[in-house]
Write a protein that binds this ligand. Structure first.
Ligand SMILES: Cc1cc2nc3c(=O)[nH]c(=O)nc-3n(C[C@H](O)[C@H](O)[C@H](O)COP(=O)(O)OP(=O)(O)OC[C@H]3O[C@@H](n4cnc5c(N)ncnc54)[C@H](O)[C@@H]3O)c2cc1C
Ligand code: SF4
Length: 328
């Protein structure tokens, strides 16, 4: 591990100022992703600004919705009564991730910013445009079983590995961030992460030094009929091959509106508006769900080793919708 300076921030504005002032500085929260990447020599910050003493871990009700502090841990968030009652989809997604020990350390802000698990990204002997722009993409013609089937570019075919953000997208959450001047802006979660395009080194649309202070959840009508399904190589402690955040608003036996967000298939959580359009106004039935699954995967572009994700994605969508609607 390379030497670095450690600074403990006294308040959120000081933290944002410290990172903004040094292009090589990074925020440190639970450290469960950043410290691993530093040990692997993938991330090389020369300064870490520790956020863990900041008062940004409150989870509270706001005009009809809930505000979740960026420094609340994944465990605190998943177990909070406000989340369990009104946003069970989020609890399920968080609990589907990592392990209990990791969730006790991991914070919500850090979870959104976790980096891809592409094995070439972690291996500094291999080419990787995300780690070292201009070196090429080892996975494009290499081992790409875990990689994207939507939205990839010739420069990068990696997936975003997180679970929480998929549920947050289905729940139409927004991320509140603060810059070094104390100014705040709110980014809809669907615009927070980005597709790789020609600049895969950028995972998201944050500016350097912008601090996530909270995640805002609006009032939701999806609590009664939602389900997070994660398909993975092992039953726990593994990243998604395909995940589905499914949420339905029902009017008797008819689907009034829905959200279908896929994880493990793109460089960002992938909302399927095609599936949602196919479900709108349809009866609650397995046939409707199969139609939505076909619509969701029709434009998938698999790589050499991940065509299985197309059929897996369809089956996962049907199963998640069956569970959400209590038909199964
Ligand atoms: C073995 C293992 C298995 C895992 N499995 C899963 C899984 O299945 N699903 C899943 O979703 N996740 C999984 N994870 C990832 C885990 O959830 C993340 O490592 C964790 O959520 C990151 O949070 P942290 O607080 O530790 O972030 P850190 O490691 O401290 O930081 C991560 C990044 O976020 C930045 N950052 C942190 N907080 C802020 C903030 N408030 N504002 C701006 N920038 C900030 C840091 O600078 C850093 O770049 C796994 C991790 C491990 C090690
Ligand atoms: S897929 Fe992206 S992260 Fe993986 S090797 Fe290619 S450029 Fe790097």
């Amino acid at each position: 591990m390379r030497p670095f300076r450690y600074v403990r921030a006294s308040d959120p504005n000081a933290a944002a100022r410290a990172v903004a002032a040094n292009p090589q500085a990074k925020f440190l929260a639970g450290g469960t992703n950043l410290l691993d990447l530093m040990k692997e020599d993938v991330e090389r910050p020369d300064e870490l600004v520790d956020l863990t003493r900041l008062k940004l871990s409150e989870i509270k009700q706001t005009n009809g919705g809930v505000s979740i502090g960026a420094l609340a841990t994944n465990t605190e968030t998943a177990n909070h009564p406000l989340i369990r009652q009104s946003y069970p989809l989020l609890t399920q997604a968080i609990v589907a991730g990592a392990s209990a020990q990791l969730r006790n350390m991991a914070t919500n802000g850090g979870n959104l910013l976790q980096r891809t698990r592409c094995q070439y990204f972690y291996d500094t002997a291999m080419p990787c445009n995300k780690r070292e722009p201009g070196t090429g993409c080892g996975a494009r013609e290499g081992l790409n079983r875990m990689h994207a089937i939507f939205g990839w570019s010739e420069k990068c075919v990696a997936t975003y590995p997180g679970d929480m953000a998929n549920a947050l997208y289905a729940l139409e959450a927004a991320v509140r961030v603060r810059d070094a001047g104390g100014r705040e802006r709110t980014i809809p979660i669907g615009e927070f992460h980005r597709l790789p395009g020609d600049t895969p080194e950028k995972d998201n649309n944050l500016q350097h030094g912008e601090l996530i202070v909270a995640i805002e959840l609006p009032k939701s009508n999806f609590a009664k009929s939602s389900y997070y399904l994660k398909v993975r190589d092992r039953a726990s402690y593994a990243f998604a091959l395909v995940a589905v955040a499914a949420a339905l608003e029902l009017d008797g036996g008819t689907i009034r509106q829905s959200r279908v967000v896929l994880g493990g298939v793109a460089h960002k959580p992938w909302r399927s508006r095609e599936a949602e359009a196919a479900l709108s106004g349809r009866p609650v039935s397995e046939e409707s769900f199969r139609g939505a699954a076909e619509a969701a995967l029709q434009d998938a572009k698999p790589l050499a080793h991940n065509a299985y994700k197309v059929e897996l994605g369809k089956r996962a969508i049907v199963r998640a919708l069956l569970r959400a609607s209590k038909l199964a």
